[in-house]
Design a protein around this ligand. Structure first.
Ligand SMILES: [Zn+2]
Length: 211
């Protein structure tokens, strides 16, 4: 479920729609939580689908840590990618604002955290754009993403959390709020395919990202 202070807006013909803040959303806010109305499909179920359904899932779903495609029921399925995303997934079933999000700003996450099944060329215009986003980006950037999440995790208890009733793993989150070392790594949600990288494609190192 997407944060209630958001709405769907048309961006442009190339990008299509995106999710935008209708109020200021402070860092540490849970901006999306997986809920019981989101649909989940196993690889076997998808293989049995007609191509038209698979195309819809390719465009609108993400892959969870079990390798299942998750199709969100609300406008969270229109989250766009940015290499400088303001929301990130942690080792839980939620996304968190890693910095303050202004009213009117687009909410973005990093598709590199979402178990891509194919790479794609990125033109997000961020100075930190990785140019090509790969299915195995988690193997290079998980530490960087974890550090960003850990930097705001303690704010969870200090800011309004309208999605809290839908958040799973509440006990584990409470543990991590008491003991910051217990914040779960985003690697918990990694479901790699056997992936053969294209050696000619440009790659950005984690060191360059952190600079
Ligand atoms: Zn980019």
């Amino acid at each position: 479920m997407i944060h209630p202070d958001t709405e769907l807006r048309f961006v442009n013909d190339h990008i299509g729609y995106g999710v935008f803040a209708t109020r200021h959303i402070p860092q540490g806010t849970i901006t999306w939580a997986r809920d019981d109305l989101d649909q989940s499909f196993s690889p076997e179920e998808i293989a049995a689908m007609a191509p038209a359904y698979r195309q819809i899932l390719d465009k609108y779903s993400f892959v969870d840590g079990f390798g299942h495609h998750v199709l969100c029921w609300d406008h969270s399925r229109y989250f766009n990618h940015s290499c400088d995303a303001n929301c990130l997934s942690a080792g839980y079933d939620f996304e968190i604002a890693i910095r303050d999000i202004r009213c009117g700003e687009e909410l973005t996450d990093d598709y590199g955290t979402l178990n891509l099944r194919e790479s794609f060329r990125c033109a997000c215009a961020s100075p930190r754009c990785r140019l090509q986003i790969f299915p195995d980006d988690m193997e290079r950037f998980a530490d960087h993403w974890d550090s960003l999440v850990r930097g705001v995790f303690q704010h969870i208890a200090a800011v309004p959390q309208p999605l809290w009733p839908f958040v799973r793993d509440q006990d584990r989150i409470a543990e991590a709020l008491r003991e910051p070392a217990r914040v779960l790594s985003i690697r918990r949600n990694y479901a790699p395919l056997s992936f053969v990288p294209d050696c000619n494609a440009p790659r950005v190192s984690a060191t360059a990202l952190a600079s």
